[in-house]
Design a protein. Structure first.
Ligand SMILES: Nc1ncnc2c1ncn2[C@@H]1O[C@H](COP(=O)(O)OP(=O)(O)OP(=O)(O)O)[C@@H](O)[C@H]1O
Ligand SMILES: [Mg+2]
Lengths: 229, 483
């Protein structure tokens, strides 16, 4: 499914926050390489820097220092337009709280990234229906988020990530708001996508989920600890 | 992001918070409606007057005065120039020779010669004298029109004995609603005492008296000149150079005779010598008098000329060519321009009031957009996460604000239009009462429609700039976590 076979390389990535004179290293000299098609689980205690790491890989945030090299270019050096284009072409974000637009239908939510690709409305609709069918919601395209269950909402969010045919899916606690059965369904869906070639990075503190990944990376106080290769 | 998607999204978002959007648009509507109505009124009234001037050919006219340096159309046409009445400037008589020169100028279609300094004191109807507001004569070649409400106007074949009288006299004489009945009636024009023109009885000086003044004096009894009323003119009609609007009109050939000055002059050498007979008896010599006729009009020239030009655009050029001949000349255009300038001022003032309303509306748009950004912060975060650039977010909000302004402008115009539809019949009725027959003088020109919509859209856009900047500057990570 992936258009680009992207190797993700983090070199000495540090993210520092300054809070009233105190400095806080959310990420402290992180070095990490993720191969195309990998399934990586990132675990660690709350506040350890997992989301910060995911956002930097996804081009939503920039490191204070260090390099984030994806597909040969350094995200740390890209300007907003290029970085936005990178997210728009390669990255599918899935969030714990779904982040769907309440007033829009499932189809409209799923089509949103395609709007920013300047895709025509007909093509958008066709692609939207296609990905909603792929996540098993072919009969819910006109439903609004409030008319869907939690698991269904997260599947709409995954469909939205899929719409652009991403090379990387970044899922930050995708099961955090779901019961374990619903959570397992979502992980299976994501895992299937990974099997089709998409690099999958899941942030979770659920070890049963982490164990399904090919690789577990643990973060403690912004420092990286490899658990299993 | 495609333009159509920007617009689609803007409309969706406006629709999403209907009440707030409606209130914001309402403020714009008030501003747009007031600006529309005020500008429409001003421009329509201006247009109406210009049209009136165009319709009676005034714009194609150049008024000529004997005074050089006079370039005020209104003073020439109202005062009729005036023979020998030269203020600061030098005077060149408006003679027939000059008229020939003017007629030969390019773009000149014709010239109407006018005199209004005819020596009359009163108009007499059924034995009673009435104060005269002037007697005027001008060429009946259609350049100066006399607005006839009954009977006919003086025409080119009329030589003498006929007049048109303004309706104010008819009203005084009891013909208020029956002007027709006055046509064919006799009136008399009472001359001033020194009159010695046509119809005057010129007394041959008493030959026996030794020192009789030979010239006519003011003590002389007035002459009464009979005339038949052929038409009634409306008040205010008969404009144009030299035509006094409330003047009694007489044919120009007749006026020429009225301007004649007849007097007896002593034949040179016929006085002083003594005629002595052969018988040594001397008798005083009988002085010899001959009637000398001079013509004021020929000597002093006409009071004013009205020159007709082939098109209104050439009027100013012809006026300046005529000025080179040493006389004063002005086109009506400059006069009309200055007359209508007041409407520009009114337009500016009223438009300014609408402008203030629009400024207040702009503040409303800013407020609404800032609120919308607070409400949609998380949504902005999502858009950024799925690939929206800062500039895309900025444009999205700018366009949304512009659409608010656009909708306000459109609705404001529609309301303004409805009010015009209501106002027009009322105005038509009023004008009809003043015997002006027009229909729907107030209209919405297309440029006004486009400018009102353009301006309100622009105001919306400008009001949206600051909120849009704020939206674009949001950090996507923080926006996604906004509660
Ligand atoms: N905008 C910010 N300003 C200051 N500090 C921040 C900011 N964002 C994150 N941090 C800090 O950086 C650290 C890492 O945050 P991060 O969100 O990456 O944690 P996390 O591992 O995802 O935690 P959780 O499992 O609870 O989601 C935290 O200590 C947090 O307080
Ligand atoms: Mg987190």
């Amino acid at each position: 499914m992936a258009d680009v076979e992207a190797v993700i390389q983090l070199k000495n990535v540090t993210k520092t926050y300054h809070l009233g004179g105190e400095t806080l290293n959310a990420l402290d000299n992180v070095n990490l390489t993720i191969q195309p098609g990998d399934f990586v689980a990132i675990t660690g205690p709350s506040g350890s820097g997992k989301s910060t790491l995911a956002n930097i890989i996804g081009g939503l945030d920039k490191p204070t220092s260090g390099n984030v090299i994806v597909d040969g270019s350094d995200l740390a050096e890209l300007h907003d337009a290029k970085l936005s284009a990178y997210r728009n072409k390669h990255i599918g974000f899935v969030f714990q709280s779904f982040n769907l637009q309440a007033t829009n239908t499932a189809l409209e939510n799923v089509s949103l990234p395609l709007v920013f690709q300047r895709m025509g409305s007909k093509a958008r609709k066709a692609r939207g229906v296609e990905v909603l069918q792929a996540v098993g919601l072919g009969d819910r395209i006109k439903f609004k988020p409030t008319q869907l269950s939690g698991g269904q909402r997260q599947r709409v969010a995954i469909a939205r990530a899929l719409a652009i045919k991403p090379s990387i899916i970044l899922a930050d606690e995708p099961t955090g708001n779901l019961d374990s059965a619903r959570g397992q369904e979502i992980i299976k869906l994501l895992h299937d996508l990974n099997k089709q070639g998409i690099t999958l990075i899941i942030i979770t503190h659920d070890l049963s989920i982490a164990r399904q990944a090919g690789r577990i990376v643990e973060i403690r106080d912004g420092k990286l600890v490899e658990r299993r290769a | 992001m495609k333009t159509i998607d920007y617009i689609r999204m803007a409309f969706r978002n406006i629709w999403r918070s209907k009440l707030r959007s409606a209130l914001t648009i309402f403020a714009v509507v008030i501003g747009a409606t007031s600006v529309t109505i005020m500008l429409t009124l001003v421009f329509s009234i201006k247009g109406f007057f210009t049209q009136q001037f165009e319709a009676n050919g005034t714009l194609q006219q150049v008024a000529v005065s004997p005074q050089s340096g006079v370039s005020d159309y209104n003073s020439i046409s109202n005062n009729g120039g005036g023979q020998g009445n030269c203020g600061a400037g030098t005077c060149t008589k408006l003679t027939d020779a000059l008229v020939t020169k003017i007629t030969a100028l390019p773009h000149v279609v014709g010239v109407a010669r006018a005199t209004s300094s005819l020596p009359f004191a009163a108009i007499v109807f059924s034995g009673k004298p009435y104060t005269l507001q002037g007697v005027a004569a001008y060429d009946a070649n259609g350049i100066i029109t006399n607005n006839i409400v009954a009977g006919r106007d003086i025409n080119a074949t009329d030589q003498s004995g006929v007049v048109t009288v303004p309706s104010i006299y008819a009203d005084k004489w009891g013909y208020k609603n029956n002007y027709k009945a006055l046509v064919g009636q006799q009136i008399e024009l009472e001359t001033q005492g020194f009159y010695s023109g046509v119809g005057a009885t010129i007394q041959k000086p008493n030959t026996s008296g030794p020192n009789n003044p030979p010239s006519p004096s003011n003590q002389q009894a007035p002459t009464y000149i009979k005339a038949t009323v052929v038409g009634i003119s409306s008040n205010g009609g008969g404009g144009g150079g030299g035509g006094q609007s409330n003047a009694v009109r007489v044919p120009l050939p007749w006026a020429r005779l009225m301007e004649e000055q007849q007097m007896y002059q002593q034949t040179p050498g016929s006085q002083g010598g003594q005629n002595c007979g052969s018988r040594g008896q001397c008798q005083p010599a009988q002085p010899q008098f001959t009637l000398v006729v001079t013509n004021n009009l020929a000597q002093n020239g006409y009071d004013a000329l009205t020159v007709k030009v082939d098109s209104a655009t050439n009027a100013n050029g012809v006026a300046s060519s005529i000025r080179k001949l040493g006389v004063g000349a002005a086109s009506a255009q400059s006069f009309i321009k200055s007359q209508l300038a007041i409407f520009n001022v009114i337009g500016l003032v009223l438009g300014g009031i609408g402008g203030i309303a629009l400024a207040v509306a702009a503040v409303g748009v800013v407020n609404t957009m800032v609120m919308a950004i607070l409400e949609r912060t998380r949504e902005i975060g999502v858009m950024r996460a799925v690939g929206a650039k800062r500039s895309t977010v900025s444009r999205l909000f700018t366009i949304e604000a512009s659409v608010l302004g656009f909708l306000g402008g459109v609705i404001g115009l529609l309301i303004g239009y409805v009010l015009i539809l209501i106002a027009n019949p009322i105005i038509n009725k009023q004008l009809k009462l003043n015997s002006i027959h027009t229909s729907n003088i107030i209209n919405l020109p297309i440029w006004l429609i486009l400018s009102v919509i353009g301006v309100t859209t622009l105001i919306g856009m400008l009001a949206g700039l600051y909120p849009a900047r704020r939206a674009a500057k949001l950090d996507p990570v923080e926006a996604l976590h906004y509660e």
